[in-house]
Design a protein around this ligand. Structure first.
Ligand SMILES: Cc1cc2nc3c(=O)[nH]c(=O)nc-3n(C[C@H](O)[C@H](O)[C@H](O)COP(=O)(O)OP(=O)(O)OC[C@H]3O[C@@H](n4cnc5c(N)ncnc54)[C@H](O)[C@@H]3O)c2cc1C
Length: 381
């Protein structure tokens, strides 16, 4: 029997483990390794922030996947010994025939001086619970949400969060006492899309009286102040930030990463330089053709990549040539508040430019996003 080891039990790892065990049955041992006991569905984080979700609604124990025949190990992954087909963990060495790396990214607030002491990380599950408590005790003042650096995952999520903050304070009757500001290093919302897409997001922000500051490089945070590289100081009563993203140390210590720290893969087969070793999701260095910028990092892409990697591993295990190719297509739904969302399609391998569309806010798109959340847990857990 062959063994496939899947590193990381987040979106990519969960889809990969399920897909492989279903397709291969007893002919393959599938082991999923993650340091965390629980999976929190990040797409629901913005709703958690404003109290429209509670933690149990968006959390599942990863070990519950064992009922499907997946071996689940909770342990820290410390070292990849790729030439020996093994991985070192806190619980010892794990051997594999095939490997899928789905370790995502980690947050490094300490890379921005002052962040760890002053700012709540708007992408961190535990900090989001604290943000919700702070919002409920925030009768007035300025709230600044800032993106520390590029790339960051789910590019529409900060916009979704600020739209939901707008909704929250309007529903409380406090919006006239709250100033909302979003600070980004990008030159525009949706920077990879045609200008009219970014302009339509800018228009929505303006209509909701949300200030947008673009091309801003945050260098430090001091008490109630965000400091940008050209010396501009942005005062705030509540600072919410998206901490810098790095790949986990175990990857940065391997020879899989390029100079950006992300894992190099064939952008179609998702195989690394080591035969039988695949990498998917946020940890990959997948870039756009021609433009060369990082492809957007999102669960929908990790999901699609997991399906391709597992199909190719199945062929390899049958002595066949891998033939499945990832196409860079996906979709996204941005919640814009008050039960409406904007549906977006993405084809980021399209040349010479990625093809990105963003529809107007609709109730249908909002309901589709809510239905996807239900589907996610029913389908994979
Ligand atoms: C607020 C927010 C909203 C989002 N909304 C959406 C959305 O609407 N749609 C969408 O498509 N995407 C969304 N995303 C992005 C999406 O969550 C990620 O892109 C996706 O989770 C990436 O999947 P992944 O498998 O690559 O990594 P992850 O899901 O991050 O999983 C990585 C796993 O590896 C584990 N790990 C890492 N290092 C180690 C180690 N050394 N030892 C053991 N375990 C380790 C981690 O514990 C983690 O469980 C959102 C993200 C955020 C933060």
């Amino acid at each position: 029997m062959k063994t496939t080891l899947i590193l990381g039990g987040g979106i990519g790892g969960i889809v990969a483990a399920n897909s492989l065990i279903k397709a291969a049955g007893p002919s393959m041992k599938v082991t999923l390794v993650d340091r965390e006991e629980n999976h929190h569905f990040a797409s629901s984080f913005p709703l958690l922030m404003i109290g429209e979700r509670k933690p149990p609604q968006m959390t599942r124990e990863i070990k519950s996947l064992a009922k499907k025949g997946i071996e689940v190990l909770h342990t820290e992954i410390n070292k990849l010994n790729l030439s020996e087909h093994s991985v070192t963990t806190d619980q010892g060495e794990l051997d594999y025939d095939y490997l899928i790396i789905a370790l995502g990214v980690e947050y490094h607030p300490e890379a921005v001086p002052g962040f760890s002491d002053i700012v709540l990380n708007a992408y961190d599950f535990n900090d989001i619970i604290k943000i919700n408590q702070r919002l409920n005790n925030c009768p007035e003042g300025r709230i600044v949400l800032f993106i520390s650096s590029l790339p960051y995952k789910c590019p529409p999520a900060p916009y979704e969060m600020i739209f939901l903050l707008d909704q929250f304070f309007r529903q409380q009757g406090l919006r006239h006492k709250i100033k909302l500001t979003l600070v980004t290093p990008d030159f525009s919302p949706e920077p990879l899309a045609p200008p009219k897409v970014g302009q339509s997001v800018r228009k929505m922000l303006a209509e909701k009286d949300i200030e947008l500051i673009t091309e801003a490089k945050v260098i430090a945070v001091e008490k109630n102040t965000l400091i940008l590289d050209h010396g501009t100081k942005i005062p705030a009563d509540l600072l919410l930030g998206i901490a810098p993203h790095w790949t986990p140390e175990v990857l940065r210590n391997s020879d899989l990463v390029d100079s950006s720290g992300y894992v190099e893969v064939d952008q179609h087969t998702l195989e690394t330089g080591y035969p039988g070793v695949y990498a998917i999701g946020d940890a990959t260095a997948i870039r756009l053709p021609v433009i060369g910028a990082f492809a957007p990092k999102a669960g929908v892409f990790a999901h699609a990549q997991a399906v391709i990697a597992t199909k190719n591993i199945l062929l390899l295990s049958q002595g066949l040539k891998p033939k499945y190719r990832y196409n860079g297509k996906g979709f996204c739904v941005m919640n814009t508040g008050f039960g409406r969302s904007r549906y977006s399609t993405v084809h980021y391998y399209k040349e010479p430019q990625p093809h990105i569309t963003l529809l107007k806010p609709t109730r249908l798109a909002y309901l589709a996003k809510a239905a996807f959340e239900k589907y996610w847990f029913k389908r994979w857990f």
